[in-house]
Design a protein around this ligand. Structure first.
Ligand code: NI
Length: 168
């Protein structure tokens, strides 16, 4: 397992519509292990393959940040098939460190997800997990959470982000 380099806001690879995972391979298994390690290291709830420069429809979610293996979820070619309700809450992204903004998301989502062996399952997430599903699946479509805001707010966030980066 290795912590991989996380690409950040402004990198064109975060804007790509990723391609579906085909056959499961040892390389993909290693990528999943690395994503989990990278996410835990950065104290994130989830991380998607495009964030480490791999444009595949693959992401991991671990609401326990490595504390409880039972909570690990591997998303493969996931698709939101239904959503319900709404929630307001702060959202952040490992690719946009230091920026947390309140964003509306569905309260509950149903996800069609492929398992490693090629079979399909349906996952249901509420509250934080629903938010994580939406956020990670957006990454696979080339969308960041800041893309939900209008141009004015996005520009303000970008300026704040660039300023913080310059100070780091
Ligand atoms: Ni993110």
């Amino acid at each position: 397992m290795a912590v991989r380099f996380v690409i950040t806001w402004g990198d064109p690879r975060l804007k790509i519509n990723s391609t579906d995972v085909a056959e499961w391979t040892p390389e993909l298994e290693r990528l999943v292990e690395d994503l989990l390690e990278t996410g835990i290291e950065a104290e994130g709830v989830g991380i998607a393959a495009p964030q480490v420069g791999v444009n595949l429809n693959l992401a991991v979610i671990d609401p326990s940040s490595g504390q409880d293996p039972a909570q690990k979820i591997i998303l493969i070619n996931p698709e939101i098939i239904r959503s319900e309700g709404s929630q307001m809450g702060p959202e952040g992204c490992l690719s946009i460190p230091g920026i947390h903004e309140v964003l509306e998301r569905p309260q509950k989502v149903w996800v069609k997800n492929r398992r490693r062996d090629g079979s399909w399952e349906e996952l249901v997430g509420e509250d934080l997990l629903a938010r994580a599903f939406c956020h990670e699946i957006d990454h696979l479509r080339g969308k960041l959470f800041v893309d939900y805001f209008g141009p004015v707010k996005r520009q303000i966030l970008q300026r704040r982000y660039n300023k913080q980066r310059a100070e780091d």
